[in-house]
Design a protein. Structure first.
Length: 96
């Protein structure tokens, strides 16, 4: 399996993961400080959603990269593919 070649996509994914990492640290602090379970659970749900969103984004980036490479698209085809994959990303985001 290939890796993500697009630097902007890699940067976007890493930034999303760093945000989730910060949220996890916050949850650890909340537990250490004895915060209410409902508040902790709410933050855990937010981290899960962030990770799910990152996974969907990574999948769509991979699909775009592979399809562009294998289909040898021109500029118009790449634009149409990008539009289609944006719609796929929205649809996948609603599955969670």
């Amino acid at each position: 399996m290939s890796t993500l070649a697009d630097t902007a996509s890699r940067t976007d994914l890493l930034n999303r993961l760093k945000r989730a990492e910060g949220q996890l640290r916050g949850i650890q602090r909340m537990i250490e400080e004895g915060q209410p379970c409902l508040d902790i659970a709410s933050q855990m749900a937010a981290v899960r959603k962030a990770l799910d969103s990152t996974y969907v984004r990574m999948t769509v980036c991979f699909m775009q990269q592979e399809l562009q490479s294998r289909l040898h698209l021109d500029d118009q085809g790449e634009g149409e593919l990008g539009t289609l994959l944006d719609e796929v990303q929205v649809l996948l985001g609603k599955v969670r």
